[in-house]
Every structure is written in structure tokens, then in C-alpha cells.
Design a protein around this ligand. Sequence first.
Ligand SMILES: [Zn+2]
Length: 229
Amino acid sequence: MASDNKQAMGIGYKAQIEKYGTPISRDLYLELRKYADEHRIRITGFRNFVGDIETIKTVIDDICEIAVDFPKILDKRMGIILELDYDMNDADFSTTDSGHVIKINAGYFSDIDKLEQDYIEQEKKGHFVSNTGWRSVVRHEVGHVVENLYGFDIMEIAFIYANTTNRIELFDYLDENLSVYSTAYEDGREIISESFSGYYSKVGNIFADSFVKKCIELKDKMDLSMKGR
Ligand SMILES: [Zn+2]
């Protein structure tokens, strides 16, 4: 999830970790690992985390909430790997790699107040879904993982709920009613992720709610047809 704030975060976070804070103790690290294991989420890169492990537990809880609807995201092989990335210096909050590796920016996730502040600043400008906050960052990325694992036709679903068949009208509608970031790519890849951001943050965004409910309905149909075989 890219912010539109072009100012770079600063290079080499890992090399200057002391500037950001003291890495968590081994006990806290083990506590976090245990929590992740119990929730079937693989984590990596957290040994030198300088933030609050409760933040990461919240992220894990948020992923598990979405997994109730889309269980494949906890698949042993193809499920989510949560990685703390020390080298994300381009003002990205997070990215999704290889379809299921969610990388979160260490600079932001070790300072949740800064993340919330920067996020809200852009949410207020319409860049992100109205009334969402920092927890939407990972919910957004989970949308990309779900798309990768379930293969929904994003544009087809979007046209239904924007009530148009015209691509320009659709993107205008989404800019107004979902978020500006949802139209960042012509192929519509950010529509599902911004919809996940809105739906799971329970902010009452009508398009996001309809879009994700349709995805859940389609997933249920896939399950049924699998059983029928
Ligand atoms: Zn995205």
C-alpha cells in the first residue's frame, strides 16, 4: 500500500536500529512467535523489532478475522507470511510479494502513532477509504492475497456495484465513493484491496461492503462445487 507522500523514510533502518529504539527481548520475541504459531501465521524478520508486540498481535488478529471468510489465506504452503521489512524506504506502508508475502514497513510498524498520523492525513484527502485507520494497511494487503488465492474477476464485480459498464465512469465512481488509491492501476488491482480495507474496518462504505460480500458469496459457491465433485 503506497502512500502519496513522496518523502522517503530514510535508508538502512536495520543498520541504525538503535536510533529507532531497543530491539525486543528474547522473551517478548518468543511470545510473539508463539502467538503467530497459535494463529497459523508465519512471521519473519521480527527478531530485532523495536516496536510494541501488541501491534503485531493486532495485525495477526485482523488477518484471522478475514480468514474466517477466506480460509485459504492460512494455508500451510500458500498462506500469508508476515514479514517485517527494514528496507522499505520509498514511503510504502506495506506491499504484497509473490502473492502471499505481506511485507510491512519496519519504520512505520515500530512507531504506530507515526503510521496512524501519516495514514489519516491521506485518508482525509480521499487517498484511502473514509474513516479507516492504520489497521486497514494490512487488511488492504490481505485483499491482494485473497485475490491471488481465489482469483475473483475484480472488474466484473466492480462494474456491478458501480452500476455502470463504462470504465471511465467506473473509475470516477470509485474515486468518489471508495478511494483515490483504488484506481491507481488501470487493471483494477487496488479495487479489491481497498474494498477489503473498508469492509473489514466496518466503516459503512457501501461499495466496499457490497464488493466483499459478493466475494464471500462467490467463495461459498466455489466450496459447494468442490464438494459436488
Ligand atoms: Zn495494494
